[in-house]
Ligand binder design. Structure first.
Ligand code: AGP
Length: 618
């Protein structure tokens, strides 16, 4: 999730290309802020490039100190790191000869391309996947003498997701872009044209836009926009007029960043899976830099995390214990180090954190390492403190999460934890390769299932609006549905300031059932009927018990599970998903419910009262 801007204007060099690109990057900064950079071209001039780690302000400061020359075209980028930490060297644009390129996405086959290029003499200076594109484009341009055909050729060789923009010093009136599974829009001006990862990049200059389709290449000059497919055949892009205001454009037209980030969840899960299997489909978690012999000797896993990240750890517990047959404890980080935990060199501690800066979790990591344990971090934010103080890191690729309450990062954390569990299970001989491959295939189908749940969310939003004045809501779940129920309750607490409580369905009769009175709304997350019969039938019995006492039952159930119908006031259906992977779809209606109810109450869902995105104090 990076910010991308391109501009071509008057043939007379000026400061406008840089001004337009920097302004566009400002509007896109929420998409990524690990580093930022620009490349400018002008007739008869060499490429002019500036890039800096950190926020956009660092680049602007650099440009004030060392101004770049007037230009006729420019590209700019704000980065959300996926490969290589947030450093000046890893910042985009990446340059090879006279070509500069910026990229949003993940090039899955970058390692083999890098080997091919290095064997041909290319010299790499960064740890990024994008740099291979710069070298490929330079080589293709030297062969073809044309940047558009060079882009068509190169784009056809890349696996993964990408939006690319490139300029060449010998083509000062041209910017060329390409996209596959990552957005790219064109802004149509008068005597100037724009490119952006979304319309926020150029909405200040034009509302006349064009959305590129899958596998298309676009070439813009000051007066022309030409679109082709990767084979060079002319293609049609969808024309539209932007009717959002600038602020709405930054949210992609959604009412809130939370709304937008829930809609980003299919991509967040898909991107977290990307680049982690080789062409044979074998898991290649090469970021897990812990010696295999150490991982084989692990006799216990302890997850340390807080809040939503801890619930992701609870989901992971069920899967990893089932696949790896080793005990997994999930500890709230702030409790972990004060209870003299029994951890040693045979304990693998997994620290889950979206921000990578949560002080409670960081202190737990330090304590674990003092006890001789290896620590693997599952983190969303590159270059943050927790990965730096861990032995290994498995980054989630959810992109920046702007809303304080976590949604897409939660799904990405669960996805990364599944990958870790499968990796360990195969490494330790608990699972065959074909068993792991079958589960990976199921995981790859999950983004589409999440999208189905989002597409069906009208009813859950309607119910949420009706319930805007509800004083309290209960959430029940069993097995992996239990942490989902806990997360649903947390979302409602932090977004709508409603007392909400989640608990294991089996605990109902041990006390909480006393809370049930006529009209009490209760969400129940129902396991797949295709999983374990007892698991499913017991939860259906729980629904019956509370319905008999007047509860208003709001049921999350799998398509076709008719057993719930006699006892459900509302059923929010989710696509059939294997039991252990089901949290990735069953939590989505609960997230949407909390977001919609809080919005209906007129609350700020992006910045709820009393909360911070990263709790950097103990
Ligand atoms: C998420 O909705 C919460 N705001 C909060 O519980 C969060 O999950 C917790 O503070 C951990 O944050 P981290 O993932 O950045 O470590």
């Amino acid at each position: 999730m990076c910010g991308i801007v391109g501009y071509v204007g008057s043939a007379t060099p000026s400061g406008r290309p840089l001004e337009v690109v920097i302004e566009g990057l400002r509007r896109l900064e929420y998409r990524g802020y690990d580093s930022a950079g620009v490349a400018l071209v002008a007739p008869g001039e060499p490429l002019a490039v500036a890039k800096k780690a950190g926020k956009l302000a660092n680049l602007v400061e650099e440009l004030d100190a060392r101004p770049l020359p007037a230009a006729t075209a420019a590209i700019g980028h704000t980065r959300w790191a996926t490969h290589g930490g947030p450093t000046d060297t890893n910042a985009h644009p990446h340059v090879s000869g006279k070509v500069a390129v910026i990229h949003n996405g993940i090039v899955e086959n970058f390692a083999e391309l890098r080997d091919e290029l290095a064997a041909a003499g290319a010299v790499f200076v960064s740890q990024t996947d994008t740099e291979v594109v710069a070298h490929l484009l330079a080589r293709a341009y030297d062969e073809l003498g044309d940047l558009t055909t060079a882009m068509q050729q190169v784009a056809g060789r890349l696996d993964g997701t990408f939006t690319l923009l490139a300029v060449h010093a010998d083509r000062p009136g041209l910017v060329v872009g390409a996209r596959h599974d990552s957005p790219l829009v064109v802004g149509l001006g008068q005597g100037e044209n724009f490119l952006g990862s979304d319309v926020a990049a150029f909405i200040a200059h034009t509302r006349d836009a064009m959305e590129l389709g899958q596998d298309q290449v676009v070439s813009i000059t000051a007066d022309e926009v030409a679109v082709t497919d990767f084979a060079g055949r002319p293609a049609q892009a969808k024309r539209f007029v932007v009717d959002w205001d600038a602020r709405a454009a930054e949210k992609g037209g959604f009412r809130s960043f939370m709304d937008k980030e829930i809609h980003d969840e299919p991509q967040a899960v898909a991107d977290t899976l990307l680049g982690r299997t080789d062409r044979a489909g074998r898991l290649t978690l090469d970021e897990v830099r812990i010696d295999e012999s150490v991982l084989r000797a692990v006799d216990k896993i302890v997850v340390v995390a807080c809040g939503t990240a801890a619930y992701a750890g609870h989901v992971a517990k069920y899967a990893i214990e089932h696949w790896c047959r080793i005990p997994v404890e999930v500890e709230l980080a702030h409790e972990f180090r004060y209870r003299d935990p029994v951890v040693d060199e045979r304990t693998l501690v997994v620290a889950i954190s979206q921000s990578g800066e949560t002080m409670d979790t960081l202190m737990a990591v330090r304590h674990a390492r003092e006890q001789g344990s290896r620590v693997l971090a599952i983190v969303n934010t590159h270059g943050s403190t927790i990965p730096r103080e861990s032995d290994a890191v498995l980054y989630t690729h959810a992109g920046p999460e702007v809303a304080v309450a976590s949604t897409k990062a939660f799904l990405a954390q669960i996805t990364a934890a599944y990958l870790l569990g499968l990796y360990l299970a195969e490494l330790r001989g608990n699972m065959f390769h074909d068993e792991v491959a079958a589960i990976l295939d199921e995981l790859r189908a999950v983004p589409g299932k999440i999208q189905q749940v989002i597409d069906r969310s009208g009813r859950v939003q309607e119910v949420a609006r009706w319930m805007a004045d509800t004083p309290t809501v209960l959430f029940l779940g069993r097995h992996v549905g239990y942490p989902v129920a806990m997360e649903g309750a947390l979302k409602l607490k932090e977004l709508a300031y409603i007392h909400a409580e989640g608990f294991p369905a089996g605990e109902l009769k041990h006390g909480p059932i006393a809370l049930i009175e006529p009209g009490q709304p209760v969400f129940v997350v129902v396991p797949s009927p295709r999983g374990r019969d007892a698991l499913h039938s017991k939860v259906v019995s729980n629904i019956q018990e509370i319905r008999a006492r007047g509860a208003r039952t709001l049921v999350i159930a799998e398509d076709g599970d008719e057993a719930v119908l006699p006892y459900a006031d509302e059923v929010f259906w989710v696509p059939q998903t294997p039991t252990l992977l089901a949290p990735l779809v069953t939590v989505v209606p609960l997230q949407i419910f909390a977001c919609e109810l809080a919005t209906a109450k007129g609350l700020d869902v992006d910045q709820p009262r009393n909360l911070a995105k990263s709790v950097t104090v103990e």
